[in-house]
Design a protein. Structure first.
Length: 168
């Protein structure tokens, strides 16, 4: 099947879980989660789960497993905890959960980031993979980085990713 046919058969309206991972952010100070919610809804999709969790492996694992188990979630986006600081455990936690890795996501995100921030792009551990036939994506917490990932990767490919994850 051609790329165009794959994309044409993808779901048009997706249901997202948005999880902020942070030891310092709450509903008042979180900027990444609200950015994603607004972008998702502006594109005509829905947010069916919204959460903030501490940057603790167990908390991340529990919320991801909860999200992928839900019938009303097609794709899980996590924002925060993707840097190299000792407290940033989102990427290694997800790598332990992924049944299949989508290496091109992180590679493409870092390549696109390089245009904006130069070699500091290597500090990002943005990643994506499948958990329970659902796409799970870890993104930085910066709204600028989120906007880049949303505009350049997720918005054009989210439906296609979901369709392929389902076996379509």
């Amino acid at each position: 099947m051609s790329l165009e046919k794959h994309k044409d058969s993808a779901p048009r309206i997706l249901r997202f879980a948005v999880v902020t991972v942070s030891d310092t952010r709450d509903e008042r100070t979180d900027r990444g989660g609200p950015f994603l919610v607004e972008a998702i809804e502006a594109a005509g999709h829905r947010v069916t789960l919204r959460a903030i969790r501490r940057d603790e492996a167990r908390e991340i694992e529990v919320i991801v497993r909860e999200a992928v188990a839900r019938e009303d979630v097609d794709l899980v986006l996590l924002t925060g905890g993707t840097g190299l600081a000792p407290r940033d455990v989102t990427a290694p936690t997800l790598e332990g959960l992924f049944e299949s890795v989508i290496p091109g996501f992180g590679e493409l995100f870092r390549m696109l980031s390089y245009r904006d921030i130069g070699p500091a792009a290597i500090l990002s551990r943005a990643c994506a993979g499948l958990v329970g036939r659902k796409v799970v994506v870890a993104l930085p917490g910066s709204p600028k980085a989120l906007e880049l990932a949303w505009r350049e990767i997720l918005l054009p490919e989210a439906g296609h990713l979901v369709s392929q994850a389902r076996g379509g």
